[in-house]
Write a protein that binds this ligand. Structure first.
Ligand code: 3HC
Length: 283
């Protein structure tokens, strides 16, 4: 099976990035969210990202226009009836994702693949909530989706070989590189990346160095493109905290204890770039 049409649930940072990537690759996209306002915000982000790529000479204006024309937005899940693959990219919440996945399954055709872009929730557990778990798989993209070349393909215990092969082929059409990962908390990248971010918050809380110095340390001393605290602001502090909480819960190992300062910032609504303030302030 070759995927030609894609449904995306959630027009937030990850969802709109996935929609953009698919549309640029020639797929028809149905982007779903609960409000017209959320959809408009998502499409504005797609527009400005494509604009940046055109301005830098990395994308033809004609490709941009064709990509924008391929994205349909809707608040109605029934629009997913004819898509080949649905990627769920809603908020990182088990109960919400379960509800959405069950709803998708009542609408799509029996051959449609259902994927989740979850950053930490068990693919096996999500699959188990579906009537046909063999068609379910994890497709984990990285922020900013249009630029980041990796997609983790996570097989739950129930995922079929055909589902995994179809998704791997699609990822290469997106001009991204897949890595195959067995279901495990945080998969590969977040298992390494998010504890590093959490440790940077401990350093900040202990006053070992300023935020700027911690970030400069990892940029200049480990060649990271941005420091861990700036990365937390990009990813969202709420997402980082949710991932650490899954690690503590699933591994039962106190080494994953979320830093209290990370909790404090999240409680204050300092979630990073998306709220204008996280560790740093944004205009
Ligand atoms: N769309 C299009 N272009 C974009 C863009 C976007 N959304 N964001 C940035 N760009 C472009 C800029 O226009 C610029 O283009 P140029 O090089 O031609 O001038 C280029 O990307 C670099 O941007 P900036 O100068 O603004 O900033 P940086 O040099 O810091 O690069 C970055 C931005 C590529 C995001 C870089 O900082 C980076 O690689 N950061 C690390 C990202 C990362 O680790 N992501 C993974 C997060 S973990 C995750 O997502 C998983 C989840 O489950 C938690």
């Amino acid at each position: 099976m070759t995927i030609q049409t894609l449904g995306v649930i959630g027009a937030g940072t990850m969802g709109n990035g996935i929609a953009q990537t698919a549309a640029v690759s020639g797929l028809k996209v149905v982007l779903i969210d609960v409000t017209e306002q959320a959809l408009a915000k998502g499409m504005a982000a797609v527009g400005s990202s494509l604009e940046r790529l055109v301005a830098k000479g990395k994308l033809d204006a004609a490709v941009r226009d064709a990509a924008l024309a391929r994205i349909e937005t809707s608040t109605d899940y029934q629009r997913l009836a004819a898509v080949d693959l649905v990627v769920e990219a809603a908020t990182e919440n088990l109960e919400l994702k379960t509800r959405i996945l069950k709803q998708i399954e009542t609408i799509v055709s029996p051959s449609t693949i259902v994927a989740s872009n979850t950053s930490s929730i068990s693919i096996t557990a999500l699959a188990a909530t579906l009537a046909e778990p063999a068609r379910f798989i994890g497709m984990h993209f990285f922020n900013p989706v249009p630029l980041m070349p990796l997609v983790e393909i996570i097989r739950g215990l129930q995922t079929s070989d055909a589902t995994a092969a179809t998704v791997a082929e699609l990822v290469t059409r997106f001009e991204k590189s897949p890595i195959n990962v067995r279901n495990s908390p945080g998969f590969v990248v977040n298992r390494i990346l998010v504890p590093m971010i959490n440790e940077a918050f401990f350093l900040l809380a202990e006053g070992v160095a300023t935020a700027e110095e911690i970030d400069a340390g990892m940029r200049l001393g480990a060649n990271h493109p941005i420091g861990p605290l700036a990365l937390a602001d990009l990813v969202g502090l709420d997402v980082c905290l949710a991932v650490m909480e899954v690690f503590v819960e699933d591994f039962g190992d106190p080494k994953y204890r979320p830093c209290p300062l990370l909790r404090e910032y999240v409680a204050a609504g300092r979630l990073g770039r998306k709220t204008g303030r996280g560790v740093y302030e944004y205009a």
